[in-house]
Write a new protein. Structure first.
Length: 259
Protein backbone atom coordinates (compact mmCIF):
# COMPACT_ATOMS: atom_id res chain seq x y z
CA UNK A 1 0.00 0.00 0.00
CA UNK A 2 1.34 3.40 -0.97
CA UNK A 3 1.90 6.18 1.57
CA UNK A 4 -0.98 8.15 0.01
CA UNK A 5 -3.32 5.19 0.39
CA UNK A 6 -2.26 4.70 4.01
CA UNK A 7 -2.95 8.35 4.81
CA UNK A 8 -6.38 8.15 3.19
CA UNK A 9 -7.18 4.98 5.12
CA UNK A 10 -6.18 6.58 8.42
CA UNK A 11 -8.21 9.71 7.65
CA UNK A 12 -11.23 7.63 6.69
CA UNK A 13 -10.99 5.70 9.94
CA UNK A 14 -10.86 8.95 11.91
CA UNK A 15 -13.91 10.30 10.07
CA UNK A 16 -15.84 7.10 10.72
CA UNK A 17 -14.92 7.25 14.40
CA UNK A 18 -16.04 10.86 14.68
CA UNK A 19 -19.34 10.05 12.96
CA UNK A 20 -19.87 7.15 15.35
CA UNK A 21 -19.32 9.47 18.30
CA UNK A 22 -21.77 12.00 16.84
CA UNK A 23 -24.38 9.33 16.27
CA UNK A 24 -24.19 7.59 19.62
CA UNK A 25 -22.85 10.13 22.13
CA UNK A 26 -25.38 12.00 24.32
CA UNK A 27 -26.16 15.53 23.13
CA UNK A 28 -26.97 18.69 25.17
CA UNK A 29 -30.48 18.63 23.71
CA UNK A 30 -33.95 18.29 25.26
CA UNK A 31 -36.92 16.75 23.43
CA UNK A 32 -40.24 18.45 24.18
CA UNK A 33 -43.76 17.28 23.30
CA UNK A 34 -47.40 18.13 24.15
CA UNK A 35 -48.09 17.69 27.86
CA UNK A 36 -51.16 17.41 30.04
CA UNK A 37 -53.95 19.97 30.20
CA UNK A 38 -56.30 20.68 33.10
CA UNK A 39 -59.63 22.45 33.39
CA UNK A 40 -59.06 25.10 36.06
CA UNK A 41 -62.83 25.30 36.60
CA UNK A 42 -62.93 21.62 37.54
CA UNK A 43 -60.97 19.11 39.58
CA UNK A 44 -57.53 17.59 39.16
CA UNK A 45 -56.56 14.38 40.94
CA UNK A 46 -59.79 14.58 42.94
CA UNK A 47 -59.25 18.14 44.20
CA UNK A 48 -60.90 21.33 43.01
CA UNK A 49 -58.30 23.42 41.20
CA UNK A 50 -59.85 26.69 42.41
CA UNK A 51 -61.37 27.14 45.86
CA UNK A 52 -62.61 30.60 46.86
CA UNK A 53 -63.72 31.58 50.37
CA UNK A 54 -64.92 34.89 51.75
CA UNK A 55 -67.30 35.69 48.90
CA UNK A 56 -70.05 33.97 46.95
CA UNK A 57 -69.12 31.68 44.07
CA UNK A 58 -71.18 30.47 41.14
CA UNK A 59 -71.56 27.29 39.12
CA UNK A 60 -69.88 27.36 35.72
CA UNK A 61 -70.22 25.62 32.39
CA UNK A 62 -67.61 25.08 29.71
CA UNK A 63 -63.93 24.68 30.44
CA UNK A 64 -60.86 26.87 30.84
CA UNK A 65 -57.90 24.58 30.22
CA UNK A 66 -54.34 25.40 31.15
CA UNK A 67 -51.83 23.61 28.94
CA UNK A 68 -48.31 22.29 29.36
CA UNK A 69 -45.42 20.81 27.46
CA UNK A 70 -43.52 17.78 28.67
CA UNK A 71 -39.79 17.33 28.15
CA UNK A 72 -37.01 14.86 28.69
CA UNK A 73 -35.36 15.26 32.08
CA UNK A 74 -32.29 17.51 32.45
CA UNK A 75 -30.14 14.42 33.00
CA UNK A 76 -31.65 12.35 30.17
CA UNK A 77 -29.40 10.97 27.42
CA UNK A 78 -30.58 12.36 24.08
CA UNK A 79 -28.91 11.04 20.93
CA UNK A 80 -28.77 12.03 17.29
CA UNK A 81 -31.49 9.52 16.44
CA UNK A 82 -33.85 11.24 18.93
CA UNK A 83 -33.12 14.65 17.40
CA UNK A 84 -33.63 13.30 13.88
CA UNK A 85 -37.00 11.83 14.86
CA UNK A 86 -38.08 15.09 16.49
CA UNK A 87 -37.02 17.08 13.43
CA UNK A 88 -39.57 15.24 11.28
CA UNK A 89 -42.36 15.10 13.87
CA UNK A 90 -44.99 17.79 14.41
CA UNK A 91 -45.57 16.51 17.92
CA UNK A 92 -41.96 16.82 19.12
CA UNK A 93 -39.36 19.55 19.21
CA UNK A 94 -35.61 19.37 19.80
CA UNK A 95 -34.29 22.35 21.76
CA UNK A 96 -31.00 23.23 23.43
CA UNK A 97 -31.08 21.91 26.97
CA UNK A 98 -30.05 25.33 28.26
CA UNK A 99 -33.21 26.84 26.71
CA UNK A 100 -35.48 24.43 28.57
CA UNK A 101 -33.47 24.29 31.79
CA UNK A 102 -31.67 27.68 31.84
CA UNK A 103 -30.56 27.32 35.43
CA UNK A 104 -29.19 23.81 34.99
CA UNK A 105 -29.07 21.75 38.17
CA UNK A 106 -30.29 18.31 39.16
CA UNK A 107 -33.74 16.87 38.52
CA UNK A 108 -34.69 17.72 42.11
CA UNK A 109 -33.45 21.31 41.77
CA UNK A 110 -35.29 21.83 38.47
CA UNK A 111 -38.49 20.39 39.96
CA UNK A 112 -38.26 22.71 42.95
CA UNK A 113 -37.59 25.72 40.74
CA UNK A 114 -40.66 24.90 38.62
CA UNK A 115 -42.82 24.53 41.72
CA UNK A 116 -41.58 27.87 43.05
CA UNK A 117 -42.43 29.52 39.72
CA UNK A 118 -45.90 27.95 39.80
CA UNK A 119 -46.51 29.26 43.33
CA UNK A 120 -45.45 32.78 42.33
CA UNK A 121 -47.67 32.53 39.23
CA UNK A 122 -50.66 31.51 41.34
CA UNK A 123 -50.10 34.43 43.71
CA UNK A 124 -49.93 36.88 40.79
CA UNK A 125 -53.02 35.32 39.19
CA UNK A 126 -54.98 35.68 42.41
CA UNK A 127 -53.89 39.29 42.86
CA UNK A 128 -54.81 40.17 39.25
CA UNK A 129 -58.24 38.52 39.55
CA UNK A 130 -59.14 40.16 42.86
CA UNK A 131 -57.95 43.55 41.61
CA UNK A 132 -60.12 43.23 38.50
CA UNK A 133 -63.18 42.34 40.59
CA UNK A 134 -62.49 45.01 43.22
CA UNK A 135 -62.23 42.47 46.03
CA UNK A 136 -59.90 42.73 49.00
CA UNK A 137 -57.32 39.96 49.49
CA UNK A 138 -57.75 40.41 53.24
CA UNK A 139 -61.38 39.26 52.98
CA UNK A 140 -61.33 36.88 50.02
CA UNK A 141 -58.99 33.88 49.94
CA UNK A 142 -58.19 31.80 46.88
CA UNK A 143 -56.60 28.37 47.06
CA UNK A 144 -55.18 26.99 43.83
CA UNK A 145 -54.19 23.33 43.62
CA UNK A 146 -52.73 21.63 40.59
CA UNK A 147 -50.56 18.65 41.42
CA UNK A 148 -47.40 17.75 39.48
CA UNK A 149 -47.37 20.92 37.36
CA UNK A 150 -44.69 23.60 37.55
CA UNK A 151 -43.72 26.83 35.85
CA UNK A 152 -45.43 30.20 35.44
CA UNK A 153 -47.32 29.73 32.17
CA UNK A 154 -50.78 28.97 33.62
CA UNK A 155 -51.15 32.45 35.14
CA UNK A 156 -53.64 33.82 32.62
CA UNK A 157 -55.90 30.78 32.81
CA UNK A 158 -55.86 30.77 36.62
CA UNK A 159 -56.91 34.43 36.61
CA UNK A 160 -59.77 33.82 34.19
CA UNK A 161 -60.86 30.79 36.21
CA UNK A 162 -61.03 32.76 39.47
CA UNK A 163 -63.08 35.51 37.82
CA UNK A 164 -65.45 32.99 36.23
CA UNK A 165 -65.99 31.18 39.55
CA UNK A 166 -66.78 34.43 41.39
CA UNK A 167 -68.62 36.73 38.98
CA UNK A 168 -68.48 35.35 35.44
CA UNK A 169 -69.06 38.22 33.05
CA UNK A 170 -70.85 40.20 35.76
CA UNK A 171 -74.21 39.65 34.05
CA UNK A 172 -74.85 36.07 35.07
CA UNK A 173 -73.03 34.50 32.13
CA UNK A 174 -70.00 32.24 31.97
CA UNK A 175 -66.79 33.59 30.46
CA UNK A 176 -66.56 30.48 28.29
CA UNK A 177 -70.02 30.65 26.76
CA UNK A 178 -70.07 26.88 27.31
CA UNK A 179 -67.00 26.32 25.12
CA UNK A 180 -63.76 24.55 25.91
CA UNK A 181 -61.17 27.31 25.85
CA UNK A 182 -57.46 26.71 26.36
CA UNK A 183 -54.64 29.17 26.70
CA UNK A 184 -51.22 30.02 27.99
CA UNK A 185 -49.36 33.06 29.23
CA UNK A 186 -47.81 34.41 32.39
CA UNK A 187 -49.58 37.20 34.25
CA UNK A 188 -48.49 39.83 36.72
CA UNK A 189 -50.51 41.58 39.40
CA UNK A 190 -51.41 44.41 37.02
CA UNK A 191 -52.88 41.97 34.49
CA UNK A 192 -50.10 42.11 31.88
CA UNK A 193 -49.77 38.84 29.96
CA UNK A 194 -46.27 37.58 29.12
CA UNK A 195 -44.75 35.13 26.66
CA UNK A 196 -44.00 31.57 27.69
CA UNK A 197 -42.60 29.49 24.79
CA UNK A 198 -43.60 26.09 23.44
CA UNK A 199 -46.90 27.43 22.07
CA UNK A 200 -47.16 25.09 19.02
CA UNK A 201 -46.87 22.02 21.25
CA UNK A 202 -49.36 23.50 23.72
CA UNK A 203 -51.82 24.09 20.88
CA UNK A 204 -51.59 20.42 19.99
CA UNK A 205 -52.31 19.47 23.62
CA UNK A 206 -55.30 21.85 23.65
CA UNK A 207 -56.74 20.44 20.43
CA UNK A 208 -56.20 16.87 21.65
CA UNK A 209 -58.19 17.61 24.82
CA UNK A 210 -61.16 19.19 23.11
CA UNK A 211 -60.42 22.93 22.98
CA UNK A 212 -61.83 24.98 20.11
CA UNK A 213 -60.29 28.33 21.15
CA UNK A 214 -56.71 29.11 22.18
CA UNK A 215 -55.55 32.28 23.96
CA UNK A 216 -51.90 33.13 23.30
CA UNK A 217 -49.64 36.01 24.30
CA UNK A 218 -49.58 38.41 21.34
CA UNK A 219 -45.77 38.39 21.30
CA UNK A 220 -45.93 34.72 20.30
CA UNK A 221 -48.31 35.12 17.36
CA UNK A 222 -45.70 34.08 14.81
CA UNK A 223 -45.00 30.72 16.47
CA UNK A 224 -48.67 30.23 17.31
CA UNK A 225 -49.75 30.64 13.68
CA UNK A 226 -46.99 28.48 12.23
CA UNK A 227 -48.46 25.10 13.17
CA UNK A 228 -51.98 25.94 14.34
CA UNK A 229 -54.12 22.76 14.38
CA UNK A 230 -57.19 22.82 12.16
CA UNK A 231 -60.35 23.79 14.02
CA UNK A 232 -58.56 25.72 16.76
CA UNK A 233 -59.35 29.47 16.81
CA UNK A 234 -56.36 31.58 17.83
CA UNK A 235 -56.86 34.75 19.90
CA UNK A 236 -53.87 36.98 20.81
CA UNK A 237 -53.87 38.91 24.09
CA UNK A 238 -51.57 41.42 25.79
CA UNK A 239 -53.53 41.89 29.01
CA UNK A 240 -56.26 40.38 31.15
CA UNK A 241 -58.65 43.01 29.81
CA UNK A 242 -57.81 41.88 26.26
CA UNK A 243 -58.68 38.30 27.19
CA UNK A 244 -61.96 39.26 28.84
CA UNK A 245 -63.05 41.51 25.97
CA UNK A 246 -62.15 38.82 23.43
CA UNK A 247 -64.16 36.21 25.31
CA UNK A 248 -67.10 38.64 25.40
CA UNK A 249 -66.78 39.11 21.63
CA UNK A 250 -66.64 35.35 21.17
CA UNK A 251 -69.87 34.90 23.15
CA UNK A 252 -71.69 37.63 21.21
CA UNK A 253 -70.35 36.77 17.78
CA UNK A 254 -68.55 40.10 17.41
CA UNK A 255 -65.26 40.37 15.42
CA UNK A 256 -62.23 38.96 17.20
CA UNK A 257 -58.61 40.12 17.17
CA UNK A 258 -56.25 38.00 15.11
CA UNK A 259 -52.53 37.36 14.89
Amino acid sequence: MSSRAKILAVCSAVVVALLAVALFAPLPITIAYPGMTANVLGANNGQSVITVTGTKTRPTSGQLRMVTIAATAPNADVHFSDVWKAWWSRSEAAMPRSAVYPGGGSVQQVTQQNLNEMKQSQQAATAAALKHMGLSPSQVKVDLKLADVGGPSAGLMFTLGIIDRVQGDGKGNDLTGGRTIAGTGTIDQSGAVGAVGGVPLKEQAAKRDGATVFLTPKDECSDAKAELPAGLKLIPVNTLDDALSSLAALRSGAPLPSC
